[in-house]
Design a protein around this ligand. Structure first.
Ligand code: SAH
Length: 363
């Protein structure tokens, strides 16, 4: 039923505008206030459509907790310290961070936590999971307290809408979502199409004009990174971004996942997870003019190993029931092995120049 409603809305938008950009399509599918994918269901976890690192093992959140505490100590333990998470999903990462650092009372006393979550149902779930902690929720990044700030984002940026452009016969065209048959308005069949670009993003000017090459741009990623950069420039602090991605914007990286399997992005509107590979090079460029330190891009596996995941793995194994050991081993491998999440997932840090070098990334 809801799929039909969303289909209808998308179709109306397509008819009105003679095709909509991929980013408009993604936005409607993922975050439509009533029918969007994140709005109306619990997509993350074994029962959902996809699994994220914090859901694989508590070790992930515990190590990020350690990283955050280290950053707080490197700021000379300020009595007020802001911790912001973008797109907290089931709240598992924040729960593990807070549980693992519970004994550091001074740190907990200093914490001002803000969660940025667009989905009302996920906000509700996060409120349940994190009911013991004082937390502020916001739908988008805005008005953070002007105190030293750590911002963390695991698999947030890949969820933001992108636009795709292609250079054809001497001009830029945008890839749009269109209807297979405009005359048959009963048809729910969508297809990709091309449209001449009118509001050309400035960035396109710097791309190589190579026939048929697809480029991806996300103004949503830009908006978030510019906000973060301005905030970190004004205040001390750092941002930790963990996501799957690469160092360029070339090629079509749009993907749709339903029930742990790839699916057609033009089917199952609001029922499948649409995402794309994060272009870390663009993130670096967006924050460039704010005079910050942007770290090298590190593989997730190397980052977690340098924070001590193997030691934590051994410590947890000691009291573990025999039946659980196999899963524990598989979880470690899944997080750090290069043929699993260890290499595809990257970690990037951005920090104020006056903030100490970041552990696992710079030292
Ligand atoms: N970080 C979590 C969840 C990743 S899924 C984990 O690792 O498990 C992406 C998360 O970002 C979800 O919580 C989703 O609701 C949220 N989200 C997606 N688009 C958003 C937007 N535009 N603004 C704020 N949150 C958004």
């Amino acid at each position: 039923m809801e799929k039909i409603n969303l289909n209808k809305l998308i179709k109306e938008a397509i008819l009105k505008k003679k095709g909509i950009s991929l980013s408009e399509y993604m936005k409607m599918c993922m975050t439509h206030p009533k029918y969007g994918y994140y709005t109306k269901q619990y997509p993350i976890g074994f029962k959902g459509d996809f699994i994220t690192s914090p859901e694989i093992s508590q070790m992930f959140g515990e190590l990020i907790g350690l990283w955050v505490v280290q950053a707080w100590m490197d700021h000379n333990k300020p009595p007020e310290f802001s911790l912001v998470e973008l797109g907290p999903g089931n709240g598992t990462l924040m729960e593990d961070i807070l549980r693992a650092t519970k004994s550091i009372l001074e740190f907990h006393k200093a914490l001002k936590i803000t969660l940025i979550e667009i989905s009302p149902s996920l906000q509700k779930l996060q409120k349940q999971v994190l009911k013991d902690y004082p937390i502020n929720w916001k739908k988008n990044l805005s008005n953070l307290p002007n105190i030293p700030t750590i911002i963390i984002a695991n698999e947030f940026f890949d969820a933001l809408p992108i636009r795709q452009f292609v250079f054809k016969k001497n001009k830029w065209m945008e890839i749009i979502v269109s209807l297979k048959d405009y005359n048959n308005t009963k048809s729910n069949e969508f297809c990709f199409g091309l449209k001449k670009v009118t509001n050309l993003p400035q960035e396109l000017n710097s791309f190589k004009q190579k026939e048929n090459q697809i480029y991806e741009i996300s103004s949503e990623i830009k908006k978030n990174i510019v906000f973060i950069s301005k905030h970190l420039k004004k205040n001390l602090g750092a941002c930790l971004i963990i996501d799957y991605g690469k160092n360029n914007n070339i090629g079509n990286t749009l993907q749709s996942v339903k029930n742990h399997k790839y699916s057609d992005p033009l089917e199952y509107q609001g029922e499948s997870d649409l995402s794309s590979l994060v272009n870390f090079e663009a993130i670096k460029n967006y924050s460039k003019e704010y005079n910050l330190v942007v770290t090298k891009l590190i593989n997730q596996g190397d980052f977690l190993k340098s924070l001590g995941i193997k030691e934590r793995f051994i410590a947890l194994s000691k009291n573990m029931e025999k039946e659980k050991i196999d899963t524990h081993v598989a979880s470690l491998k899944r997080l750090i092995d290069y043929n699993q999440m260890g290499k595809l997932f990257k970690v990037l840090g951005i920090r104020n120049k006056k903030t100490s070098p970041l552990i696992g990334l710079e030292i």
